[in-house]
Design a binder for this molecule. Structure first.
Ligand code: F3S
Length: 106
C-alpha cells in the first residue's frame, strides 16, 4: 500500500485524489489517509502531491512510520474523499513543517 504521512496535515492540497484510479482516499478535517485495503499501489499520487506527503509503505522513513497505523485505523472511520475535497486555504504556509501530527487534537 501507499501511505499519507504527516506532511499532508494542514496542507490537504487534494491533488492526489485526482490521480487515484481507485477510491482509496479518506478525508479528515485537515488531512487525507489511504485505505490500505483499496490502494492498488499504482504510485500516481506520489508525484502528484506538492507536499511530498505520500510514500510506498516499504520506503517510509522511520520517523514517519506511525503514519502506517494512522492510515489503516482512520480509513475505517473516515468518509471517502472525492474530487470535491477543497484544499485548505493556508496549506502553503504549512508545507514542510515538522511534527504536524503533534498539532492535531487527540
Ligand atoms: Fe495531502 Fe498531498 Fe494529497 S498534501 S491531500 S497527500 S496532494
Amino acid at each position: 500500500t501507499h501511505v499519507v504521512t504527516e506532511q499532508c496535515v494542514h496542507c490537504k492540497f487534494a491533488e492526489c485524489i485526482t490521480y487515484c484510479p481507485v477510491a482509496c482516499f479518506r478525508e479528515a478535517g485537515t488531512f487525507l489517509v489511504i485505505d490500505p485495503d483499496e490502494c492498488i499501489d499504482c504510485g500516481n499520487c506520489v508525484e502528484a502531491c506538492p507536499a511530498d506527503a505520500i510514500y510506498p509503505e516499504d520506503e517510509l522513513p522511520p520517523e514517519l512510520m506511525p503514519a502506517l497505523e494512522w492510515n489503516s485505523r482512520l480509513s475505517a472511520e473516515l468518509p471517502l474523499a472525492t474530487t470535491r475535497v477543497v484544499p485548505l486555504p493556508d496549506g502553503e504556509e504549512w508545507r514542510g513543517k515538522p511534527d504536524k501530527w503533534a498539532s492535531l487534537p487527540t
